[in-house]
Design a protein around this ligand. Sequence first.
Ligand SMILES: C[C@H](O)[C@H](O)[C@@H](O)[C@@H](O)C(=O)O
Ligand code: MG
Length: 397
Amino acid sequence: MAIVSLPKINHVRAFTVRGGGADYHDQGEGHWIDNHIATPMSKYPEYRQSRQSFGINVLGTLVVEIEAEDGTIGFAVTTGGEPAAFIVEKHLARFLEGRSPTEYEKIWDQMYFSTQYYGRKGIVVNAISGVDLALWDLLGKLRQEPVYHMLGGAVRDELQFYATGARPDLAKEFGFIGGKMALHHGPAEGVEGLHKNIAELAEMRERVGPDFWLMWDCWMALDVDYATRLAIAAHELGLKWIEEAISPDDYWGYAALKRNVPKGMLVTTGEHEATRWGFRMLLEMDCCDIIQPDVGWCGGVTELLKISALADAAGKMVVPHGSSVYSYHFVITRHNSPFAEFLMMHPGPTEVVPMFHPQLIGEPVPQNGRLKASALDAPGFGVELNRDIAMQRPYTH
Ligand SMILES: C[C@H](O)[C@H](O)[C@@H](O)[C@@H](O)C(=O)O
Ligand SMILES: [Mg+2]
């Protein structure tokens, strides 16, 4: 029997999109995800109310398209906007065009090490991630297989989700296994702010009862002392984990916080770490109980496989940052990813709506806080690009 040889890659294209999308994208006025969330910029009063005021949405969306010789197109959506589009078109495309889509290991290696002198984390790895995700989508479409089949298949029948948003009480009604809230007050608001945080948690605990998971996402806003005091005060309210409390570069601080928090409370890091080397540092310095790479930012699926294996060997969980189908196809195949995050992108949030709206068509959303593996049974990541949205191609090559 002849070996199947897939058509070669013909074109790589990078587009930018404004408006909608998931986190770090343009959100309308009054959206919970931009309402006085504590950040490293909260020490500046003028930037305290809105993350868009200091530019969280400045990059915008990156759409990467990879077209094979037979016209099949794989694509992916991530964050990066024009700078990432420039890197894809002017630098990364050369490592894909004319190559087989099955060479995703060598392609990843060449993308990473050819940009290492100016990349390694952040927007360059976002761009690499977007290309890698589009490559896996193309592979799936050419092979007529969902990505999760190519990653080893489902290890459980369904995904279960916790919800990130301002209404864990509604998340409980919607069937989610827990609710993660954004922390609203950071150290610059002093002990008064800390008491407000605790009061908000106490009020939500009252609404959801004693056993529903409640977590805080602190979006890099705190220092070790404040995070320790907050964790101790929140322990009696059953805070399940304190997330990304300090700077992603402060591995030493995370290790200290993990030693400081009350027994039974988990410490997690966040979506702003990248590559196997960054996550190895978190694991080897015993910084956390759960790592949370964003598959659209950490290096893509090819890199997340390596990151996850490191965590598995260290006995740590991997719960990728909310990135819709791009993480669902991964989580369903990993024993050390027992649940997934669903980012509530409805402004309230009072409804369960697709995360990457309007960019993706066919994006599955959890029903009763769960998604059957069969909901992912479509080629690639199982979604199509909404070609009615205004996309620009700022650069060509
Ligand atoms: C809601 C949080 O502030 C972040 O924006 C969120 O995207 C992220 O940190 C998360 O874990 O969902
Ligand atoms: Mg987070």
